[in-house]
Design a protein around this ligand. Structure first.
Ligand code: ADP
Length: 404
């Protein structure tokens, strides 16, 4: 099955076409449809341990084209033309959309209908930059390829299993009822995929897997996994909460905003400051972890210290939240590539009995691997994420299950 994976952002549309084999991946035994890598986003724990690894071994997911376009109106026409060239006559079977916000309604990928599109639109206030762009993408596909099934895969869905003690803010209930202010969590597609891979690597059934998964890209979040499900996550009402990120501040005292508003700063100015000018960018002057590590000066050291300290505090807390994690999992740009950052975090976790195998930690690889020492109390893993693959597989599973 050929799936066009679309990530329609506010200023660009990223796309890839992925080939998902319907034979072993989505069909017969239903393994992928039931497990995280391919299907249900809710993490129902009904995975089979040979799911994702078997898919990799068979090489049945293949990348056949990708690109980025910047104008929504023309985006689909450009993609269409490029696909004509790159796909040599092969037809698309489905489109999978990365949708940022699924609110409280969506706990797994869904086949898109008019009603679903309207429901995504109703969530616009919760993700004003992203959901309207996703809806534009959906409508553009409807216009271009009206017969193609479309599936929405939500960034929030995997976190629909958060218990209320994790998702509720200690503010008057009116703000939850009226505005939907609560913690939602993001990066769910990536975290679910990586969790399934990590459980497989350790030979643990997903429903028995307790872990802390750190997705450290430009946006960064950490998720507590208990029994294969998300039970806490560091991003909240928006992706701003939690870790120190490339350009976002992460946690801070909300009174700072009141203080600054009273001094005349506008909401838009504060938004820009917190989301675009903070984090590593504010501390070091760049959001590129490679540059920070290479600089190695006092400012770089302080930046690494602040970011790794914040993450280590979350990991310690989430180790408690899941009643003891079996593994700590690093993924995304920094998590997969920066042995220095992993080392800084692991060093702080020594009181939990975490010990890295230094050679394994420093070795560059693009496969899922264990980097902890044999006598480490918790396994430490690096697992490359692949959101497009996860979306393609989820899309194929939904289309297959719906028989369209
Ligand atoms: P995005 O959230 O935009 O998808 P990525 O997952 O690509 O982000 O991660 C971007 C981050 O990963 C940047 O801070 C970048 O410096 C860091 N990164 C990428 N490659 C390396 C590397 N080889 N060593 C250290 N950091 C890296």
């Amino acid at each position: 099955m050929l799936v066009l994976v679309l990530n329609s952002g506010s200023s660009s549309v990223k796309y890839q076409v992925r080939h998902v084999s319907t034979g072993s991946a989505v069909g017969a035994d239903g393994a992928v449809g039931a497990d995280g890598a391919g299907g249900g986003a809710a993490g129902d724990g009904s995975s089979t341990s040979d799911g994702p690894e078997a898919l990799i071994a068979e090489g049945i997911v293949e990348r056949i084209g990708e690109g980025e376009v910047t104008d929504h109106v023309e985006a689909l026409a450009i993609i269409n033309a490029e696909l004509d060239e790159t796909m040599s006559g092969r037809q698309l079977d489905a489109v999978g959309h990365r949708v940022v916000h699924g609110g409280e309604r969506f706990s797994e990928p869904v086949l898109i209908s008019n009603e679903i599109t309207r429901a995504i639109e109703r969530l616009n206030p919760l993700a004003p930059l992203h959901n309207p762009a996703n809806v534009l993408g959906i409508r553009a596909i409807e216009d271009t390829w009206p017969d193609l099934p479309q599936v929405a895969v939500f960034d929030t869905a995997f976190h629909r299993t958060l218990p209320e003690r994790s998702w509720r803010y200690a503010i008057p209930n009116h703000f939850y009822r009226h505005y939907g202010i609560r913690r939602y969590g993001f990066h769910g597609t990536s975290v679910e995929y990586v969790t399934a891979q990590a459980a497989t690597l350790l030979g643990t059934a997903r429903q028995d897997f307790n872990a802390v998964v750190a997705h450290l890209g430009n946006g960064a979040s950490v998720t507590a996994i208990e029994g294969g499900r998300s039970v806490d996550t560091s991003m909240g009402f928006t992706p701003l909460e939690g870790l120190v990120m490339g350009t976002r501040s992460g946690d801070l005292d909300p009174s700072i905003l009141l203080f600054l508003q009273r001094d005349g700063w506008t909401a838009d100015e504060l938004d820009r400051m917190l989301n675009r000018e903070s984090g590593l960018t504010a501390l070091f002057g760049s959001n590129d972890m490679r540059a920070i590590v290479e600089a190695g000066d006092d400012r770089a050291r302080l930046t690494l210290d602040i970011a790794s300290y914040r993450l280590a505090k979350y990991i310690g807390g989430y180790h408690v939240a899941v009643s003891g994690a079996q593994a700590i999992v690093f993924t995304a740009g920094i998590g997969e590539n920066s042995w220095e950052f992993r080392q800084a975090v692991a060093h702080r976790l020594a009181p939990l009995g975490v010990k890295l195998d230094d050679d394994a930690n420093r070795a560059q690889a693009d496969t899922a691997r264990v980097i902890s020492a044999p006598d480490s109390a918790l396994a430490v893993l690096v697992v490359p994420t692949d959101e497009e693959r996860a979306i393609a597989e989820a899309t194929a599973a939904v289309v297959h299950a719906q028989g369209c």
